[in-house]
Design a protein around this ligand. Structure first.
Ligand code: UDP
Length: 238
């Protein structure tokens, strides 16, 4: 087994990452593939925690734009992340992994409450941990939940899986000459006004010197390559 560059990581998947080519919900083949890759990372020796968004089901801001109370919409969004986390737990268990969903809001008939020391214990015992419901408060996102939990559990790296293979100087879907950054400092991101994560999440990461890597997980095998030290996507650090 080759030496890994990271001991404990937190992987943030957007809810949309679970949709595949659908426009809503969860594609079973896609979640199965993602679960397999997470297990491969763990089998290689990493402790892996996950945060999954809820955007494939509900986002509070979208519901509010349709006239719903924003706090209620965000609560629905947080419940959507619990649904995705349960689906990922199931996909992981079907493959033989041990996984635990821990929620920031109390919903303990369906999963555990988030307790930091217990989460770390799960990881040490070889369980995969899926943090659900973001930070547990409205007006936040699961990016903030991912940064917060990564810091709390002492992760060496926060990996943000997106549909684009890193951070570009301009939108690569609109500009053929867009250039991908391989490495950025936190200050570069602010100075160049780059969209890496939402502002609250980014501020948390920067203040705690948590390195971030933005990459495209729809490309199979990328997660393991990153753990083995390959420069894939964009690395942001101090
Ligand atoms: N949400 C929230 N507080 C949190 C995390 C999430 O209120 O700490 C709600 C919010 O409405 C958000 C939704 O849950 O839009 C789904 O999360 P997110 O948008 O981060 O999902 P993603 O875009 O990653 O799929």
């Amino acid at each position: 087994m080759s030496q890994l560059s990271y001991r404990r990581i937190l992987l943030k998947l957007s809810g949309e990452a679970l949709m595949g080519n659908e426009d809503y919900g969860i594609d079973p083949l896609v979640i199965h593939r993602l679960a397999r890759e997470v297990m491969e990372a763990q089998a290689a020796g990493a402790e892996v925690a996950l945060v999954i968004g809820g955007g494939n089901i509900f986002r509070g801001a979208g519901l509010a734009a349709g006239g719903m109370d924003r706090v209620t919409g965000d609560q629905m969004g947080m419940l959507a992340t619990v649904i995705n986390a349960l689906a990922m737990q199931d996909a992981l268990e079907k493959l033989g992994a041990k996984a635990r969903v821990m929620s920031a809001i109390k919903i303990n008939d369906v999963c555990e409450d988030y307790i930091r020391r217990r989460a770390i214990r799960h990881l040490e015992k070889g369980r995969l941990v899926i943090f659900a419901a973001g930070v547990g408060a409205p007006f936040f996102t699961t990016d903030s939940g991912a940064a917060l939990r990564a810091i709390e559990i002492g992760a060496d790296l926060l990996l943000k899986a997106t549909k684009v293979d890193g951070v570009y100087d301009k939108d690569p879907n609109k500009h053929a000459d867009a250039v991908r950054y391989e490495r950025l400092t936190y200050d570069d991101v602010i100075r160049r006004n780059l969209q890496v994560m939402d502002t609250a999440a980014f501020a948390l990461a920067r203040d705690s010197d948590l390195p971030l890597r933005i990459f495209d997980m729809s490309q199979p095998g990328e997660l393991l390559k990153i753990l083995r030290g390959e420069d894939i996507g964009t690395l942001v650090q101090g």
